[in-house]
Design a protein around this ligand. Structure first.
Ligand code: PLO
Length: 413
């Protein structure tokens, strides 16, 4: 595989995520534009807030992976374990420009803050149900996995409510996405998972075509306004799979990491409980400091782009290292590595992205966390980690901040 710059060695991103803190530190201490290697594929990554904002609004960078020199040369193929992150079908996630707006408009509207009021009672209901499951699992006094029982099922229920995915399919979907993201999944199995998910969504679209319901999938298919070009079946398919994947995986992470940050910092938890600080501030600082996305794959240069004395060449791939970006000292200060609810710049994080592709589900994600996390602390005021928090590791997932588990104790002493 070609190496564009023989002078600087690329930093190999570890797919097993054995030392996330070390990797983030290296990126933060390195240049704003850093050469990395992703499972054999060289790419650039952006490690600073200002450069990220500049490039995320630069139309010379696009999501279409057929522009990638390594794709064009055949150096990267469907065999590459991260291929599903970029060769993801035609959707709001993979298309730019005027077509992007067309693909995205219904979703931005459906997920606008004023529309979320309709989802709130559902989120509260699911939260209450899952808190009941937690209580039951902890009844014997044993430690329970907050991820498995509480954080993991909740966002899937919420996004499914919006998209019209039946409850009976949640277990299958969660299992499939686990294999989709894990870099320990063997190639053949990964290909099977891609195909099964694609078939699943094709069937769901058939069902919603024949029997429209009150959900966004049905709106994609049936709700076409005057003068609007309807979404093709491939576009409905791409959007649907993007929304289900993005809508659950990332929010599981946010619920766990916010809870974990507060349990690791009892003084700050106390400040939230006393009302000196808000749950929203805790969520925002978590998004900055321990957010759901580590590396976002990927954009491709349609022309040479100059950054300082370096050039991103036409065809090069560009990653956004959001974890490093959230810890940019130039913006957040010398203590950017600490979780601090009084940080004045916390809400300037771009952990939901920036520019035309900024996450359309950001308000929903914040709402889910703002319901789930306080409800958890209210129901179980004595909750504490059952393990030293510094020993909690991530799954072998390169792009996502995906805690393997979070064992907690819920009872009294
Ligand atoms: C997941 C597989 C789907 O088939 C296509 C898809 C679309 C949107 C992507 C998602 C995948 C992975 C997680 C992503 C999401 C958009 C936001 C989310 C990247 C590739 C983030 C930022 O983690």
């Amino acid at each position: 595989m070609s190496q564009q710059c023989p002078h600087t060695a690329a930093l190999t991103i570890d797919p097993m995520v054995a030392d996330l803190a070390g990797e983030t530190r290296t990126l933060c201490e390195g240049p704003e534009l850093t050469k990395i290697e992703l499972l054999g594929a060289p790419a650039w990554t952006i490690t600073r807030h200002n450069l990220a904002r500049r490039l995320l609004t630069d139309p010379r960078l696009v999501k279409d992976h057929t522009r990638w020199n390594l794709w064009q040369s055949g150096a990267v193929t469907r065999e590459w374990p991260l291929i599903g992150m970029i060769d993801a079908g035609r959707s709001m996630f993979t298309v730019d420009g005027a077509e992007h707006r067309r693909l995205r408009i219904k979703t931005t509207r459906a997920l606008a803050p004023r529309r979320l009021g309709e989802l709130r009672p559902k989120i509260e209901q699911f939260t209450a149900e899952l808190l009941g499951d937690l209580a039951e699992a902890a009844a014997g006094g044993d430690a329970v996995d907050l991820k498995q029982i509480f954080a993991y099922p909740l966002p899937m229920r919420v996004i499914s409510e919006l998209m019209g995915v039946p409850r009976s399919d949640h277990t299958m979907l969660l299992e499939s996405y686990k294999k989709f993201f894990s870099l320990l999944t063997p190639h053949d199995e990964r290909m099977r998972v891609y195909a099964e998910l694609d078939d699943y969504y094709t069937e769901l679209i058939k069902e919603k075509t024949a029997h429209p319901a009150d959900d966004l999938t049905s709106d994609f298919i049936h709700d076409v306004a005057e003068g609007e070009t309807p979404l093709t079946e491939a576009e409905v398919h791409g959007n649907l799979k993007a929304l289900v994947a993005a809508g659950h995986e990332t929010t599981v992470s946010l619920i766990i990491t916010t809870t974990r940050a507060l349990l690791a910092n009892p003084d700050q938890l106390a400040a939230v409980r006393s009302g000196d600080r808000s749950w929203e501030e805790a969520i925002e600082e978590t998004l900055r400091w321990d957010g759901p996305v580590i590396h976002l794959l990927m954009r491709f240069a349609t022309e040479d782009i100059t950054v300082g004395d370096l050039t991103i060449e036409r065809g090069d791939g560009v990653v956004m290292s959001y974890r490093a970006i959230g810890r940019d000292r130039d913006l957040h200060g010398e203590d950017a590595d600490t979780f601090d609810l009084t940080r004045p710049t916390a809400n300037r994080n771009i952990s939901f992205g920036y520019g035309p592709h900024i996450c359309p589900g950001a308000a929903l994600a914040r709402l889910e966390a703002a319901i789930a996390v306080p409800a958890l602390f209210e129901r179980f005021p004595d909750i504490r980690s059952a393990m030293p928090i510094s020993e909690l590791g991530n799954l072998p997932v390169l792009t996502q901040n995906d805690p393997a588990a979070f064992p907690v104790r819920l009872g009294g002493a």
